[in-house]
Design a protein around this ligand. Structure first.
Ligand code: NAP
Length: 461
């Protein structure tokens, strides 16, 4: 394939990636977006295989086979609740590839005596962002998988130590640009970046890791951009820039929805809130427990119902039972909608993904701003394994750690039914006044079983 054809294929791949990102912005087109992205990646890979710099295909075939063997189970068998750690692992692999290409290019240039200042600048940035992302992502994976302690691990002078490491990496970069064949400077870049990745993620709580994973995604993108400049590959530059910026935008959006400043994500002991939060911010009061029969009777005769899924729904994998109950209520003439909070669950779009998997029609998945106006005219709001995203303290209690976080106004509904296992707190660790509100009834039990039982009773009502 001629160079022109390769570049035209890259252009097509870039167009497909940009279209994919656009499609991924809406649940009803997200699947199509993934297909476009996969096709774009196939075009880019095939075009690259015709590149003049490729001298033999054997090792490429081995790499592709190993990648496919590792990737298939990761894609097919990892449960939805483990998706954040799966993504962290993918970032580690992507960044490892970029770092190894950087090291390989440096060694090749070193041996051939062709290293110039601009090449080593690009290679330096590549291994810096790559090394940082590899260890940071592995650390995030370890915390999310609970191989490492999930709590924020802090020590005195942590930020100062990180700043010194960063300064040392910058020093190596300047040294390398001044003396491109200085092997020690290049090795220093790799070592300091890898150490910085570890220390950067150390003070971050396991449950807050998804925001960090998305930030590391952005770093992996920057590593790809640097790789693109280093090996003169346009598609890597374009894709890396898309990845870098979208990861950054996502991190900022998630921080905002969780009511945290972005600076706090980067430099605070992020996630410490959960551990340090006051035991109770609620005014106190008794929860009122209900039975499946009573709750089902109310649902069977309700005209307007809103389902509010949260992290507990994901834990109990109850999305299918939620949709089945919704269908049963609709069969009896009720109107059922599903309220989607941007950070319900533990990863962006978590509830969209689960409910789409269960076959809930997209037009019934309503975003927070729109659904909030509907709660006042709703007969029953069913909260399933959600806690923080429905905590009224976020609007009413300035002393609460979650004050200011946008929430679903479930308390505006005429009555509220909460399905959870017991009196467990949410991710933020604060009490929830909604659960002791006189119009709230609690149905204790695993979400999946409770929804199943409710479905059976509604059928018979
Ligand atoms: P949440 O505040 O974590 O509350 C989940 C509730 O589910 C718990 O109170 C728990 O109570 C219940 N639960 C757990 N397992 C259950 C089961 N098997 N059956 C029934 N109930 C179960 O969840 P949320 O309301 O979805 O809020 C998400 C939180 O995560 C927010 O604070 C958000 O800022 C944070 N976060 C989100 C993301 C993201 O990207 N989505 C990322 C990081 C952090 P019991 O123990 O009593 O059952």
């Amino acid at each position: 394939m001629s160079e022109i054809l390769i570049q035209l294929s890259y252009l097509l791949a870039a167009f497909l990636f940009i279209s994919a990102l656009r499609a991924l912005g809406r649940p009803d087109s997200a699947r199509h977006g993934m297909q476009l992205a996969a096709f774009g990646m196939a075009v880019a890979i095939v075009a690259t295989l015709f590149h003049a710099r490729i001298v033999s295909y054997e090792w490429i075939a081995v790499g592709a086979a190993v990648g496919a063997i590792a990737g298939y189970p990761l894609g097919m068998w990892v449960p939805m609740t483990a998706m954040p750690q799966r993504i962290a692992l993918s970032h580690a692999f992507g960044a490892l590839a970029a770092t190894l290409v950087g090291i390989g290019e440096y060694i090749t240039g070193f041996s051939a005596g062709t290293l110039d200042r601009s090449t080593v600048a690009a290679l330096g940035l590549e291994v810096f962002f790559g090394g940082l992302t590899v260890t940071g992502s592995l650390m995030a994976f370890g915390k999310l998988q609970e191989i490492l302690p999930g709590r924020p691990l802090t020590f005195r002078g942590q930020n100062a130590a990180n700043a010194q490491l960063f300064a040392a990496a910058c020093g190596c970069m300047v040294w390398l640009i001044a003396f491109p064949t200085q092997l020690l400077a290049f090795s220093g870049m790799v070592a300091f970046a890898a150490l910085l990745g570890l220390l950067f993620v150390l003070p971050i709580g396991g449950a807050d890791m998804p925001v960090v994973v998305s930030l590391l995604n952005s770093y992996a993108g920057l590593a790809a951009v640097a790789t693109g400049f280093a090996i003169d590959n346009n598609i890597l530059i374009i894709v890396g820039a898309l990845d870098g910026l979208s990861g950054l935008i996502l991190s900022i959006a998630m921080s905002k929805a969780m009511n945290r400043s972005f600076g706090n994500v980067l430099f605070g002991a992020f996630g410490a809130t959960a551990a340090n939060a006051p035991a109770a911010t609620a005014a106190g009061g008794e929860m009122s427990a209900t039975t499946t029969e009573d709750a089902a009777l109310r649902l069977a005769y309700a005209e307007r119902v809103i389902m509010v899924p949260g992290y507990g729904l994901a834990v109990s994998q109850a999305q299918h039972q939620m949709r089945e109950l919704g269908d049963l209520i609709e069969k009896r003439g009720g109107d059922v909608r599903y309220a989607i909070h941007p950070v319900a669950g533990r990863m962006p779009g978590h509830m969209n993904v689960l409910l789409a998997e269960a076959g809930v029609p997209y037009d019934k998945l309503i975003d927070m701003d729109e659904i909030n106006e509907r709660f006042v005219e709703t007969d029953v709001a069913i909260v399933v394994g959600a806690n923080d995203v429905v905590n009224p303290a976020a609007r009413t209690n300035p002393g609460s750690p979650i004050f200011g976080m946008p929430i679903l106004k479930v308390e505006d509904a005429k009555s509220v039914l909460v399905l959870k296992r017991g009196k467990g707190k949410g991710f933020s660790g604060v009490e929830n006044d909604l659960f002791v509100d006189p119009k709230t009834s609690m149905l204790f039990g695993d979400a999946r079983q409770s929804l199943l039982d409710l479905g059976l009773q509604v059928k018979e009502a």
